[in-house]
Every structure is written in structure tokens, then in C-alpha cells.
Write a protein that binds this ligand. Sequence first.
Ligand code: PHE
Length: 355
Amino acid sequence: MSDLEKINSIFKDKINSVKTKEELQSIKTEFFGKNGQITLQFKKLGSLKPEEKKDFASKLNKIKESLSYQIEQKNFAIENQEINKKLQHEKIDVTLPVRPYHHGKIHPVSQVIDEISSIFSEIGFSVAEGPDVESEYNNFTALNTPEEHPARDMHDTFYLEKNKKLLLRTHTSPVQIRTMLNGKPPFKIIVPGRTYRCDSDQTHAPMFHQLEGLHIDKNVTMGHLKGCLDYFIKEFFEVKNVKMRFRPSHFPFTEPSAEVDIGYKIENEKIVIGDGDKWLEILGCGMVHPNVLKNVKVDPKKYQGFAFGMGIDRLAMLKYGINDLRSFFEADYRWLSHFGFDPLDVPTNYRGLSK
Ligand code: PHE
């Protein structure tokens, strides 16, 4: 018997007794591994005389193909057996009653953050984030807010006991500083997040949510700010026209600064955003102060831009007709069942997942 015939017959004996995938794998190694029997025969090819080579190579290839095929078939047979075994043991009783399950709801604040992010992402803003515990420097000093500024007052700010240099951020603006310190202009970001102030009544909670916007580039003007906000308000409230006015205001980190009001009217005891003769304040904004740019090593002679900050909770209240801010954070399941959003039933203007 030639070597090849021997190999073939040893293989036949072995493959017939294989029962598991592990056994099959070891046969595979024995014949096709680095020092496997077939592999060694291939290595032998080089040392043969040319007239023997052709004949041997063709026989070797035939055997190789035949053995590989048998391994494949065996593998298939073992897998089939395993599945059949499983099926016999796992019978499903379709007559059993269904198990009760609770379907979670998306909190209106999370919903609104998703909506806002998707609206701004369409005009090129990306989302940045920062920590709730901030340094006094990022929250105030770098934002051009002097030591004696009333916003730093203990009555407004939660300072951390041990280290007076740390606090719970009073706005999302410190993320402007973090972003600009860590990158190079241009910057075009929005920052949703939790913010804290020592304040509590029907429209103020000690913890609330803000959305910051920052756009810095070579030629960004207040005109761009206005266009950007106009686009946002229309998209968010799903209205074609919206009356908007800029009122002069003051923030240490912007110059000039403005507060923005939008028009609304009351119809059937409900707020309707768009036109009408009433005004509603929705955000603060302005052109980033040159001192802020200097603090983050951005040259104010080359770069400029706008920033804005708005209350997310208030936007959620306005859009979805919720009138007590405190209820947002009481974790009352009945409230959430009523005002929350079904994760499988996204509103029509929510482009985050469905688009
Ligand atoms: N940080 C300001 C606030 O909390 C809002 C704001 C942000 C104003 C950016 C101007 C520019 O009231």
C-alpha cells in the first residue's frame, strides 16, 4: 500500500468513530495541521523527481479534497444531531398564560434632549458634555465672572463643603471652557446637561437642565445666532412662523448680550407658540466675550462667535403642556406613565431614530 493509501485508510477508520466536534477538530489537526499527515505529504513534493511529481501531486490533491469533504460532512451531521437533541428537550408550551411585563417610558426631559440634539445636528452642531461637579474657575472665573459677582453668592450656588473651589455647576457654560481648552477652533457644539442652583418653587428646581450652544469661527456674527435660533424654535415647536425678539441684557461672558423672547397666545386655555401678542422669555445669548476667548487661548482678533443657554425643562413644559416643574423630578411612576413617551411610538418630528 502506498503512503497515500495508508493515510486514506487510517483516516476512514478515525472519521467513522467521531462523535463530537472536539474529536473532529483533533482529526483535522492530525491530518491538516502544521505537521499533519497531509501537510507533510505536500512538503515531500519538493524532493520528488519531475516525472513522479505530477502523478503524486494529482493523487495527493484528490485525497486532500476527499478528506476535507468528509470532515465537512461529518461536521454538518454533528451539528444536525445537536439541534435535534435540543429541539427534543426544549418544548414550548404555547398554552401557558403570558408573563406580565412593565413597559418603560421615556422621561419628557430625555425625550426633549433627543429632539433638540437631532434638530441641531442637522445644522452641523455636535454634542459635548461636562461633569456636574465643576471648578469655580471653569464655572465663573474663566467665564469672565468677577469675584464679587452676585451669581457666585452662596445663596445661589452649591459649594462643596470640603473644598470651596469645587461646586455644582450653575450653568452648562463651563463646557464652553472645557471644549475650547481641549481643541482648536472652529467650535460648533451643543451641551445638554444637569445644572444646579439653590432655588425651589413651582417653576424653579434646585436641579434643572440646560442646553448650551457655542459656535466659534472666523466670521460668525449675531446674524448667524438669530438665524440659528429661528430655525431651532420653528423645528422644535413645529410651527411655520415664529415671532422672536432680542432684548438687550447682560452676561459677563458675552458682549453684547441678549435675552430672547418668542411670541405666543392662549387658545382654549393652552399656550400656542408662534404669533400672538404675548412674549415668553426662552433663553440668554450673546457674542462670546473676548476675555473668555483669551482665557482659553483662542485669539479674539481672529475668531469670534455666539453662545446661548436655554432651560430644557421649560421647553419640555411648553411643548408638552406640563405645568409644574417639580413633578419632573419626583420619580412618580403615575406621572411618568402619563407624560412619558413610549419608546416604540416616537413622535412624528423626532428624527433621532426613525429617520
Ligand atoms: N449661562 C447663562 C445662564 O445660565 C445663559 C447663557 C449662556 C447666556 C450662553 C449667554 C450665553 O443664564
